[in-house]
Design a protein around this ligand. Structure first.
Ligand code: C2O
Ligand code: CU
Length: 492
C-alpha cells in the first residue's frame, strides 16, 4: 500500500462499486490504486445526526423505511420513527420516571431492548417481551443509570441480526447532575456527536443483505463515506459498535492521542489517554478529541486500524469474499472524515482533570461466584454457553436479589466474542491474557473475550427481582446470539 490517503481513496471507490460488477479479491486494490482518482470523484456524504426526543414520555414506532445509502436505488431499511436508518436519540434524565410506547409497524414480530439500562426484567425488552405486528408495548421504569451513552435495539430471538442489520436501533443519552456540572462538550450534533458504526453489505440493487456477517460498506449513522465538520476545540464522540461481528481498532488518522471519558455505563474517574481503542459489537466509549490545535480547513479521520488484528478478533480474517470475507477485513478504513471549522463561542478548550467517582463492588463483598464457558459441540457447530443453546423455557442461572457476584467467563474457542449481560453494570477485575487495559477501568456491560481467555467481573444484582421474567446474557455478535450463544437468569 502506498500513502494512507491513496489507500483510503481506493477503499472509498470500492464501496460505491456494485459488488456484482466486479471480481472481489486481492487484485482489486492495486487496480484501483493504479486508476487516477481525484477527491471530487469520490462522493463524501454529510454525517447524519439522529433527531432528538427528550422528556419522560417517548413514542417509538419501528417501521419499514428507505434510505439513499449509495447512488442509484434507495435501500430498504428498518428504522424507528421513519428516520431512514437507525432511530431518534432519546435523552433521559437520571431519576426520571420514564414511560414509552413502542409500536411494531413491521410485518414481523420484534422486541425493543434498552441496552445497559438497569430496570425490571419485565421492562427489559428481551426475547420474552415480544411486540406483535401492529401492537404497542408500554414499558415504564425509573431511570437509575449514570450519565453515559446507551442504546436501544431489537432483541427478537433469531432475528436480532436481521433487524439490526436493516437499521433498527437508536441511542439513549442519559444525563445526570454529576455530568451536568463538568466542563465537557455537550452541544448535541455540534461538539457532542453520537456515532453508530457498522458495515453492511449492499447488493447490486443497493439492498442490505441481513445475514451477511461482514459488510463491504462502512456506515456511520447509516451514511457511507461519512464526513462531518467539527469545531476547533475539544469534541466528544460517543462511539457505538453496531456490527454483527466486526471489532474496530479505533484511532485517529494522524496517530494522535485522544481521551476516554466514559465506558459503557458511566464517566471514568479522569480522562484516560489512548491511541487505540478496541471495540466489540455492543460496546460504547465516549472520547474527547482535541481539535484546539487544528487549523480551520484541516482534515483528519476517525479510522479503524484493523490491519494486523490477531485472528479471533471479528473482521481480522483476511478473506475479501465468502462467508467470513469482506473488503474491509484486516485493513484500515475511515469511520468518519472530519474537517475542522471555526470554534464555537462556548468551546471547551481544556481537558477536564477529574470526571466522576464510582464505588465499584469489591472481592470482599462477593456472596457467590459462577463460571460460564463459551464452547461448542465440535467443529462447525454453533457456539453455546455451557454446551446449551438458548432455550426460552430454560432458566440457566438464578441469582439472589442483593447478591454481589463474581462471574468468570471462559473461552476455549477458536474465535473471540463480545460478552454482554442485562440488568447490571459491572467491573472487570481480571483478564487471564494480561493486565486490564486502563480504559476498561469503569462501568461495563459488554466486553471483548478473546481466544483462550478468562475474564472475571463483579456485579451487584440489586433492586429488581422476578420469578418469571428473565434477563439475558449473551454474545453481542448478533449472529452468534441468534445462533444460540445466549442464556438467561432470574434474580429472585
Ligand atoms: Cu444490546 Cu442483549 O443486548
Ligand atoms: Cu460470539
Amino acid at each position: 500500500m502506498s500513502t494512507p490517503s491513496k489507500h483510503q481513496s481506493g477503499m472509498d471507490r470500492r464501496k460505491f462499486l456494485k459488488a456484482g460488477s466486479l471480481t472481489l479479491g486481492a487484485a482489486l486494490v492495486p487496480n484501483l490504486l493504479d486508476t487516477p482518482t481525484s477527491d471530487a470523484a469520490i462522493p463524501s456524504n454529510a454525517l447524519y445526526i439522529p433527531p432528538v426526543l427528550s422528556g419522560k414520555n417517548f413514542n417509538l414506532k419501528l417501521q419499514k423505511s428507505t434510505k439513499q445509502i449509495a447512488s442509484g436505488a434507495l435501500t430498504k431499511t428498518y428504522s424507528y420513527n421513519g428516520v431512514g436508518f437507525w432511530g431518534p436519540t432519546l435523552f433521559m434524565k437520571k431519576g426520571d420516571d420514564i414511560s414509552l410506547n413502542v409500536t411494531n409497524n413491521l410485518s414481523e414480530q420484534t422486541t425493543t431492548h434498552w441496552h445497559g439500562i438497569h430496570l425490571p426484567a419485565e421492562m427489559d425488552g428481551g426475547p420474552m417481551q415480544v411486540i406483535e405486528v401492529g401492537k404497542t408495548w408500554k414499558p415504564k421504569f425509573k431511570m437509575m443509570n449514570n450519565a453515559a451513552t446507551y442504546w436501544y435495539h431489537p432483541h427478537m430471538h433469531k432475528t436480532t441480526q436481521k433487524q439490526l442489520a436493516l437499521g433498527a436501533g437508536g441511542f439513549i443519552i442519559v444525563q445526570d447532575s454529576v455530568e451536568a456540572v463538568l466542563a465537557l462538550p455537550r452541544t448535541y450534533g455540534v461538539d457532542d456527536i453520537p456515532l453508530a458504526l457498522g458495515s453492511r453489505s449492499l447488493s447490486a440493487t443497493n439492498q442490505i443483505s441481513p445475514t451477511t456477517i461482514y459488510g463491504d460498506t462502512l456506515l456511520t449513522n447509516g451514511v457511507a463515506n461519512a464526513q462531518v465538520s467539527l469545531p476547533a476545540q475539544f469534541v466528544r464522540l460517543r462511539l457505538l459498535n453496531i456490527e454483527s461481528e466486526r471489532v474496530f481498532n479505533i484511532g485517529l488518522s494522524d496517530g494522535r492521542t485522544f481521551h476516554v471519558i466514559a465506558t459503557d455505563g458511566g464517566l471514568v474517574q479522569k480522562p484516560i489517554p489512548v491511541k487505540r481503542l478496541i471495540m466489540v459489537p455492543g460496546e460504547r466509549y465516549e472520547i474527547l478529541v482535541d481539535l484546539t490545535g487544528n487549523a480551520v480547513g484541516s482534515t483528519l479521520s476517525l479510522r479503524a486500524f484493523n490491519k494486523g488484528l490477531a485472528f479471533g478478533y471479528g473482521g481480522a480474517e483476511p478473506a475479501t469474499s465468502g462467508e467470513f470475507g469482506s473488503l474491509l477485513n484486516n485493513t484500515e478504513f475511515d469511520l468518519l472524515k472530519i474537517q475542522v471549522i471555526k470554534a464555537t463561542s462556548s468551546a471547551i478548550t481544556k481537558l477536564p482533570t477529574t470526571l466522576a467517582a464510582s464505588t465499584f463492588p469489591t472481592k470482599a463483598e462477593v456472596t457467590n461466584s459462577r463460571t460460564i464457558a463459551i464452547n461448542d459441540q465440535g467443529a462447525g457447530t454453533p457456539f453455546t454457553f455451557d454446551s446449551k443453546s438458548y432455550d426460552m423455557s430454560v432458566i440457566n442461572q438464578r441469582v439472589k436479589l442483593g447478591a454481589t457476584e463474581a462471574w468468570t467467563i471462559t473461552n476455549d474457542q477458536i474465535f473471540g466474542h463480545a460478552f454482554h449481560i442485562h440488568d447490571v453494570q459491572f467491573k472487570i477485575i481480571s483478564r487471564s491474557s494480561g493486565p486490564i487495559p486502563a480504559h476498561e477501568n469503569g462501568w461495563k456491560d459488554t466486553f471483548s473475550i478473546q481466544r483462550n481467555e478468562r475474564v472475571t467481573f463483579l456485579a451487584k444484582f440489586a433492586d429488581f427481582s422476578s420469578s418469571t421474567w428473565a434477563y439475558m446474557y449473551h454474545c453481542h455478535m448478533a449472529n452468534h446470539e441468534d445462533g444460540g450463544l445466549m442464556g438467561q437468569f432470574l434474580v429472585v
